[in-house]
Design a protein around this ligand. Structure first.
Ligand code: 6PG
Length: 479
């Protein structure tokens, strides 16, 4: 046995991760794929990696030094369990199985529980950064036991992206914590992408700019407070011209966005946790709306006229950038709220400041902005929301007027802005001293005697709506 780390599953993410591992001093990397042809292709294309290749899973396991450590990089769900079983059958107590796919954290918790009695460590790990990240340095979010991290940590630190001198990896928490945090990362990713897409739509439809000009605007934005990988690649996508038709690339792509599940999971789990993540949910729904051609066509048929687009001046792009920033702050605040609630429910000790730091590099949502989030939680880990942190409170206050102008301009112009709109409504819901929830309580009490609490005294009350409408005090608490 000569390899200190193995990779199972050599599709693009797996082979890039294996190459990344092999390029770091001290690592010898064993590789295995269900079909050997793929393994052969990889070792032939990359002799410099010095891979230890195996045709059989037995040889692969035998090629690993102890404690054996193998990272599974197969498509989440299907296939993952089969590979896990193969390894569990052959590994020994103290060995480590890492699932680096986008697994559902509930599955990870179950798998860990199932494997724990064997003494083998099972570590569900979020890995973000796409193909390039896997090769050059991703952001890595491992869960699993503290003990497994002693072996795994240094290996992951050797391949992770580096942001301001620190590797973008941390032991997130036990069992499913890593995959949970990766799921939230993806939820935020969905929101960020949707908000950027809405900004583009506004600049084009209301601002009258062509894709190439919008690309230039985004490139400018990428030098300021909106600096991020997603803004940077958006500019590149907008600058792309279709070779066949000469049209902007963005005009020849079918406008129906797909998804693989992590965004949906974020919202499903937020619902279970009772955490409002409207900004993220609207991004998930926006993809769903886009992919419903029947409904879109039906409404387009009955709609005879669309509103005139509002006239705007040269300050519009600046307004949009501020609306984008404020909405983005909301989406991240909601994402971190979900992390806090998940940590509480599942008993994870998650360091929010650390999570923000490992997202500064390598991952899809990487941005300078994450430094501000890290600072906020570093200053006070117990803030109720990121929106109360002085930096973000000031930033949102500064952009608030522009945010409102953009949302109203979009509404009057008929430009759909589910992300901007939901974010602003969420902000207003937190900011107003009173919500119409009092009326909802009244309605619930009217038809279902659900009871209510009063602002002026303790206790739980019910009004005799179908009687003389006097109020009685009831036992128990209102809910
Ligand atoms: C990443 C990405 C990556 C992938 C997601 C989202 O962090 O590297 O999030 O995991 O792109 O699966 O994909 P969908 O948009 O298809 O859900």
């Amino acid at each position: 046995a000569t390899a200190n780390i193995g990779v199972v599953g050599l599709a693009v993410m797996g082979s890039n991760l294996a190459r990344n591992l092999a390029s770091r001093e001290g690592n010898t990397v064993a590789v295995y794929n269900r079909t050997y042809a793929r393994t052969e292709e990889l070792i032939t294309e990359h002799p410099e990696a010095g891979f230890v290749a195996s045709e059989s899973i037995d040889d692969f396991v035998a090629s690993l030094t102890k404690p054996r450590t193998a990272i599974i990089m197969v498509q989440a769900g299907k296939g993952t369990d089969a590979v896990i079983e193969q390894l569990v059958e052959r590994f020994e107590p103290g060995d480590i199985i890492v699932d680096g796919g986008n697994a559902n954290f509930h599955d990870t918790i179950e798998r860990e529980k199932r494997i724990a009695p064997t003494g083998i460590h099972f570590v569900g790990t979020g890995i973000s950064g796409g193909e390039e990240g896997a090769l050059k340095g991703p952001s890595i979010m491992p869960g699993g036991s503290e003990e497994s991290y002693e072996t795994l940590g240094p290996i992951l630190e050797s391949i992770a992206a580096v942001a301001e001198g620190e590797p973008c990896v941390t032991h997130v928490g036990t069992d499913g914590a890593g995959h949970f945090v990766k799921m939230i990362h993806n939820g935020i990713e969905y929101a960020d992408m949707q908000l950027i897409a809405e900004a583009y739509d506004l600049l084009r439809t209301v601002g009258g700019l062509e894709p190439a000009a919008i690309a230039d605007v985004f490139t400018e934005w990428n030098k300021g407070y909106l600096e991020s990988y997603l803004i940077e690649i958006t500019a590149e996508v907008l600058r792309q011209v279709d070779a066949e038709t000469g049209k902007p690339f963005v005009d020849i792509v079918l406008d129906q966005a797909g998804s693989k599940g992590t965004g949906v999971w974020t919202v499903q789990n937020a619902l279970d946790l009772g955490v409002p993540v409207g900004g993220i949910a609207e991004a998930v729904f926006a993809r769903a709306v886009s992919s419903k051609p029947a409904q879109r066509e039906a409404v387009q048929k009955v709609v005879t006229s669309r509103p005139d687009v509002q006239k705007v001046d040269s300050s519009f792009a600046d307004d949009v950038s501020k609306a984008l920033y404020a909405s983005k702050v909301v989406a991240y605040a909601q994402g971190f709220d979900a992390i806090i609630a998940g940590a509480e429910k599942y008993g994870w000790n998650i360091n929010k400041d650390k999570i923000a730091k490992i997202w500064r590099g390598g991952c899809i949502i990487r941005a300078q902005f994450l430094n501000r989030i890290a600072d906020a939680y570093d200053e006070n880990p117990d803030i109720a929301t990121l929106l109360e942190a002085p930096y973000f409170a000031d930033a949102v206050a500064e952009g608030e007027a522009a945010w409102r102008r953009v949302v109203s301009t979009a509404a009057l112009s008929g430009v759909p802005i589910p992300g901007f709109g939901a974010a602003l409504s969420y902000y207003d819901s937190l900011a107003v001293p009173r919500l119409p929830a009092a009326l909802v309580q009244g309605q619930r009490d009217f038809f279902g005697a659900h009871t209510y609490k009063r602002v002026d005294k303790e206790g739980t009350f019910h009004t005799l709506w179908s009687g003389d409408r006097t109020e009685i005090e009831t036992e128990g608490s209102s809910h």
